[in-house]
Design a protein around this ligand. Sequence first.
Ligand code: F6P
Length: 342
Amino acid sequence: MKIGILTSGGDCPGLNAVIRGAVLKGTTTHNIEFVGIRDGWRGVVDGDFFPLTRHEVKGLSKIGGTILGTSRTNPYEGPRGGAENISKTMYGHRIDGIIAIGGEGTLAAANRLAKDGIDVLGVPKTIDNDLRATDYSFGFDTAVNIATDAMDRLRTTGDSHKRCMVAEVMGRHVGWIALHAGMAAGAHVVCIPEVPMTIDEVAEQVTKAFDRGRAPLVVVSEGFTLKGMDEAYSDKGLDAFNRPRLGGIGEVLAPEIERITGIETRATVLGHIQRGGSPSAFDRVLATRLGLAAADAAVEGAWGQMVSLKGTDIVRVSFEEALGELHTVPQERFDEAAALFG
Ligand code: F6P
């Protein structure tokens, strides 16, 4: 059996650990031959493959990024895209199936390809933790650790200058990174997409914290909307899947907070730092386990499914189950954090 592995969409710490887990289990236990697919669906469309042996994956679990490269290419676009062309390309290279490691956009494309007859299975990846059929996705823990460390640093400089510090984190349309990093760093208010607020509500918590002698820390998720905004702030256009590229709400909030409270305020956008570097131990273990399970799933022909974390077990779910609604922050989790605001 010959299996191709690809990583697609935004990268995320732990991708290499999945690749290593799949290749080690697949080659030693199941006698699978692997090929690496370069740059996500772009490599599938262009037939850009290379042999992936034990040798290529040695020592990989601690390495950030992805040795395969990634892109946000849509496999249905371009003259060589589409299920029929891809099927011919796979046949030409004797590839029996594909393990696609990706987030919502990647898995939606994989689902469409699976319905069109391509043997593909998925491994969930996203720092955003926004896929509903997995309790956690690898990359999230690392992103939260990086964001928490950054906020600890923002707090010391904020304290020195008696300033309000606004930290904007990623997460797209869910607030998991903001919620967890904000709670870990002791934020005075956390703004997430699931719970729109008015600028006065944000400013009220800032003033309360300042009046207690604290330098207020506001954590805002890039997808947060102020009450009355129709959609999340975006001035960077659309990605390859026609989704708005988010970011910049922190810079919108900061001058407004300063205007209302009179407290000097600075915004920091953490951006792609949250996706870089070595995965945490938690993410290495989760990613490795998902890789092992993906090799098992391939040999058992579990196409159209995704391996996922349920509690502490690795299980399989259908693409349909994995897609659709996002895994959002429940109101009670926000309320827990809100008890610490101000
Ligand atoms: O989905 C992961 C993510 O990092 C989001 O949090 C963020 O909105 C987006 O990707 C950024 O995408 P890009 O790397 O294309 O700028």
